[in-house]
Design a protein around this ligand. Structure first.
Ligand code: GLC
Length: 751
C-alpha cells in the first residue's frame, strides 16, 4: 500500500475505528476493518518454532511444527550463517501457517543463571546476542514474515515479572540491557518490537516514554510497530502516549475506550493516534502483500536443519585423555532416562509441539548396531528428583560391564520455564547421585547434559568427559549420537559463563529483589565482565568450548597502530588446525580499554568468526573495528564517549584464553567534552581539560591574590595549591574577583 493510500484510509476512519486497531481481536489476531479493506493479521510464538494455537478452538495443543534448538543452543553455535538459515526455515513455516509476525527472537541478557527463560535467550553478552539475532531476523523477514524483537527491556528474570520495578543506572542500561536492541534495530530492522512486562526505573515498559519514545523512536529512529507483551498494558491511554502501538491480546474494548476517552478529553492529540495507526496499517498491509497462502515447506529438510543446528551448538566442556569420541565397536552403557526422553526445550509460551523427536538411545543404538553393543539403564525416575538406589545400582552394574558409561543428566520437565525462575543451580539430586555412583565404578564415564542455563558440577573431577547439549530441539538425539561417536566434531562455545556456584555470580547478592524492586546493583558487571574484572575463575568461562582437534593461533596483524577519527581498523588473524581431524573454531576478538577509567569492563567482545579447518589447514580471517567499538556510555554526557588512550585488541578461544594481542592507540577526535562547569566545579577538574585550563589561567591572571604581593589567582591555581577546592573559593582569595567575575569565568569555560 502506498503511503498516500494509508493517509487517505486514516482520514476516512472514525476515532473508534482507529482506537480499535490499537488492540487485538483475540489472543493472536489484530482487528480487521472490512469496510476499509483492512485485514486481520496473525501473530504467533515462538522463537525456536511455531506455536500456532487455533484462535477459534483455542485448543491447548499447538499445531505440530519443527522444534529447532532454543536460543541457548543456537547461540552456542556462534554461527551467523546458521542462525540465518534457521530464520528462513521459521519464516517458511510461518507462511505455511499464515502467521504474519513470529514473536521472537528473545534477546534479554542473562543476568542470573536462575533465569527461567535463559534457555529462550541468547547470551550474557549484548554483542553476541545482537549478531545472532540480526541473522535470525533477516532470515525470517526474507520470507515475508515479521518478527518481534523482545522483550524491550530488562526482562532478565521471571521473578514478579508483571509487576517488578527493575532499577538500573543509565550506563548499565545503555551498555548491557539496551545495547543489543540498539544494534539489532539498526542492523536487522525487525518489523515489530515487543515491550516487556516489568517496570524500568519506576514506569511500566508498556508506558515508558523514555524507552519507547526517547530511546526507541527518537534516538534509534525505529519506524516499526511496538507491541505489548501479552497483558503487559496497565493504562492503555498512557501507553499510547508513550509510544505503544498495539495492545495484545484483546482487552475486550477497555483499552480502545480509554484511548477514545483520552482523546475526547484532549489529553492525547489525535496526531499521536494517527501515527500509531499509520505504523499498524503499514505493518498489516506489508504482511498482506507478502503472504503466500497455502505455502508448503519441506518438513524433512527442516528436521535436518534442526539436527545440524543442534550439533553446531553442542559444547564439549571436558575431555580428559581423549575419552571422546567413543568407538562404535565398544560396549557402551547408556544411562539416564533423558537418553530415551530427551529434554529438548523449556516451558512457557515458546513451547513447540514438535513434528518428531530423535532420542539419543535410538540414535546411538543405530550407529553401533553392527559393531558394538549398547546397554541401557534409566538410572533415575524423570518424575522424581530423589535418588532411587535400585536404579542407581543397576546402572552402576551395567557400567562395570562396559567399556564406557554415558550418563544423560540435566534439568527435567518443568525445571526451567517462563513465569518462574529456578531456585537452585543444581541438577536433580538423583542425577548427581547417579553420576557419582557410576564414576566410582572406574569405567570411563561421560556426562551428557541437557539444560537451558548453567548447572553446578560437583562431580566433574570424577568423570572423564562432559558435553553440553544445552536444550537442543527435536533432533538433538541424533546430533549428540553423531558427536559422541566422532562422526561430527563439536564446535560450540558457551554464550553464558558457568560459575562454580551461584554465589560466584555477580547478581547473587541482588537476586531476587524485595518489595517489588529488583536493583541491578552489579551494574554493567554482568557475566564475564564481572568474572574477568574480579579475576574470578568460573567453572567454565564465556566463549569456552573444546574440540576433538586442536588449533594454533598463529598471527595477528593490524592495518594501523592508531585511530584518530572514523577510519576502520582492520585486524587479520591466522589460525591453524594442528590436530588429526577436521573441526571448527570460534575466534573471538575482545577490546581491552586503558585501565584509567574506573567503571569499565577489562574486556568486551567486539567480534567473532567461526571457521572450519581440515587437519593442517590454516585460515586468516579479518575483523573490522570502528571508533564506536571503543566507546562507553558516559551518563553525564548522555551519550557514548571514546576515551583517548592505549587499548589492546585481544584475540582468543574464550574470554579467559587470550592467545594473540595487538595495541591500538585511540587519539582524541571529538572536541574535548566536559560536564558544564559551575561555581562548585573543582579547580582541578578545570585544569584537566587543556582548553578550559588555558582559558581559566588567562582570565585569572588579571586578578591579584589578596595580600600576596603580585601573585595572581592564575599563579595560585597553577601552583595547584587549590585543585580540590571549588571555583567559588577564588572569591575569598582574589582581589576584585567578584561574583560577576566568577560568572564571566564560567561563561568563558562553558562557551
Ligand atoms: C508471553 C511472553 C512473550 C510471548 C507472549 C505471547 O507472556 O512473555 O514472549 O510472545 O506472551 O505468548
Amino acid at each position: 500500500m502506498m503511503d498516500r493510500n494509508i493517509d487517505e484510509i486514516i482520514r476516512q476512519l472514525t476515532l473508534e475505528e482507529k482506537a480499535s486497531l490499537c488492540s487485538g481481536l483475540d489472543r493472536w489476531r489484530t482487528k480487521p476493518i472490512p469496510r476499509m479493506g483492512i485485514p486481520s493479521i496473525t501473530m504467533s510464538d515462538g522463537p525456536h518454532g511455531l506455536r500456532v494455537i487455533d484462535p477459534d478452538t483455542n485448543s491447548p495443543t499447538p499445531h505440530p511444527a519443527t522444534c529447532f534448538p532454543p536460543a541457548v543452543n543456537l547461540a552456542s553455535s556462534w554461527n551467523r550463517e546458521l542462525l540465518h538459515r534457521v530464520g528462513i526455515a521459521l519464516g517458511e513455516e510461518s507462511q505455511a501457517e499464515s502467521v504474519g509476525v513470529l514473536l521472537g527472537p528473545g534477546i534479554n541478557i542473562k543476568r542470573t543463571p536462575l533465569g527461567g527463560r535463559n534457555f529462550e535467550f541468547f547470551s550474557e553478552d549484548p554483542y553476541l546476542s545482537a549478531a545472532l539475532a540480526t541473522e535470525y531476523i533477516t532470515g525470517v523477514q526474507s520470507q515475508g514474515v515479521g518478527t518481534s524483537l523482545k522483550h524491550f527491556a530488562a526482562n532478565n528474570q521471571e521473578w514478579r515479572r508483571l509487576s517488578v520495578d527493575v532499577i538500573a543506572d543509565e550506563q548499565t542500561l545503555q551498555e548491557i540491557y539496551l545495547s543489543a536492541f540498539d544494534r539489532v534495530v539498526h542492523t536487522a530492522k525487525p518489523w515489530t518490537v515487543m515491550c516487556s512486562y516489568n517496570r524500568v526505573n519506576g514506569t511500566y515498559a508498556s508506558e515508558n516514554s523514555w524507552l519507547l519514545t526517547d530511546i526507541l523512536r527518537d534516538a534509534w529512529e525505529y519506524p516499526g510497530v511496538v507491541v505489548s507483551d501479552w497483558e503487559a498494558v496497565d493504562e492503555r491511554d498512557h501507553a499510547l502516549a508513550a509510544g505503544l502501538d498495539l495492545e495484545m491480546p484483546a482487552s475486550g474494548g477497555i483499552g480502545d475506550q480509554k484511548i477514545v476517552d483520552a482523546l475526547r478529553r484532549h489529553e492525547i492529540s489525535e496526531d499521536v493516534l494517527n501515527e500509531s495507526v499509520k505504523r499498524l496499517l503499514t505493518l498489516i498491509f506489508r504482511i498482506q502483500s507478502l503472504s503466500k497462502p497455502s505455502y508448503h515447506f519441506d518438513a524433512a529438510s527442516h528436521h535436518q536443519l534442526a539436527r545440524d543446528a543442534a550439533a553446531e551448538g553442542i559444547t564439549l566442556l571436558k575431555n580428559d585423555q581423549q575419552a571422546l569420541p567413543l568407538s562404535p565397536n565398544m560396549r557402551i552403557a547408556i544411562i539416564g532416562a533423558l537418553a530415551q526422553t530427551p529434554q529438548i526445550q523449556g516451558g512457557g509460551s515458546a513451547r513447540v509441539n514438535p513434528m518428531q523427536v530423535d532420542n539419543p538411545l535410538e540414535a546411538l543404538s543405530k550407529l553401533v548396531a553392527d559393531t558394538g553393543e549398547i546397554a541401557y539403564e534409566p538410572g533415575y525416575d524423570l518424575k522424581s528428583a530423589q535418588p532411587n538406589p535400585e536404579m542407581i545400582a543397576r546402572a552402576a552394574s551395567q557400567a562395570r560391564m562396559s567399556d564406557a558409561a554415558v550418563i544423560f543428566a540435566g534439568l527435567t520437565e518443568g525445571m526451567e520455564s517462563e513465569s518462574y525462575d529456578r531456585s537452585t543451580m543444581d541438577l536433580p539430586a538423583a542425577h548427581g547421585a547417579l553420576i557419582r555412583a557410576v564414576a566410582q565404578t572406574k569405567t570411563k564415564t561421560i556426562v551428557v547434559l541437557s539444560n537451558g542455563s548453567p548447572v553446578t558440577m560437583p562431580w566433574i573431577a570424577d568423570v572423564a568427559a562432559v558435553i553440553e547439549t544445552h536444550l537442543g530441539g527435536e533432533a538433538v538425539g541424533s546430533a549428540i549420537a553423531s558427536i559422541l561417536l566422532g562422526d561430527e566434531n563439536p564446535s560450540g562455545k558457551l554464550a553464558e559463563t558457568y560459575p562454580l556456584a551461584l554465589e560466584q555470580n555477580p547478581s547473587y547478592l541482588n537476586y531476587p529483589g524485595h518489595d517489588n524492586e529488583m536493583l541491578y546493583r552489579e551494574g554493567l558487571y554482568v557475566g564475564y565482565r564481572y568474572y574477568d574484572a574480579k579475576q574470578i575463575s568460573p567453572l567454565f568461562p564465556f566463549g569456552f568450548g573444546l574440540s576433538y582437534t586442536t588449533f594454533r593461533y598463529c598471527a595477528i596483524n593490524a592495518d594501523r597502530t592508531e585511530l584518530s577519527g572514523d577510519e576502520t581498523l582492520t585486524i587479520g588473524v591466522t589460525i591453524k588446525n594442528t590436530g588429526r581431524v577436521a573441526g571448527k573454531e570460534v575466534v573471538q576478538l575482545y577490546v581491552a580499554p586503558p585501565g584509567t577509567h574506573s567503571f569499565r569492563p577489562i574486556r568486551e567482545l567486539k567480534g567473532f568468526e567461526k571457521v572450519a579447518l581440515a587437519p593442517g589447514q590454516k585460515s586468516t580471517m579479518t575483523f573490522a573495528l570502528k571508533r564506536s567499538d571503543f566507546s562507553y556510555y558516559r551518563t553525564a554526557k548522555q551519550d557514548w564517549h571514546v576515551e583517548p588512550g592505549l587499548y589492546e585488541i585481544q584475540v582468543g578461544s574464550s574470554s579467559r584464553d587470550i592467545l594473540l594481542t595487538t595495541p591500538i592507540h585511540i587519539l582524541a577526535a571529538e572536541p574535548e567534552w566536559h560536564p558544564p562547569f559551575t561555581r562548585n566545579s573543582l579547580i582541578g577538574d578545570v585544569l584537566t581539560h587543556p582548553a578550559a585550563a588555558s582559558k581559566a589561567l588567562t582570565y585569572l591572571a588579571k586578578f591579584p591574590v589578596k595580600g600576596a604581593g603580585n601573585q595572581t589567582l592564575a599563579d595560585l591555581v597553577q601552583q595547584s595549591r587549590v585543585p580540590t577546592r571549588p571555583l567559588r573559593s577564588l572569591l575569598y582569595r582574589g582581589a576584585a574577583f567578584t561574583r560577576s567575575s566568577l560568572e564571566e569565568l564560567l561563561a568563558l569555560l562553558n562557551a
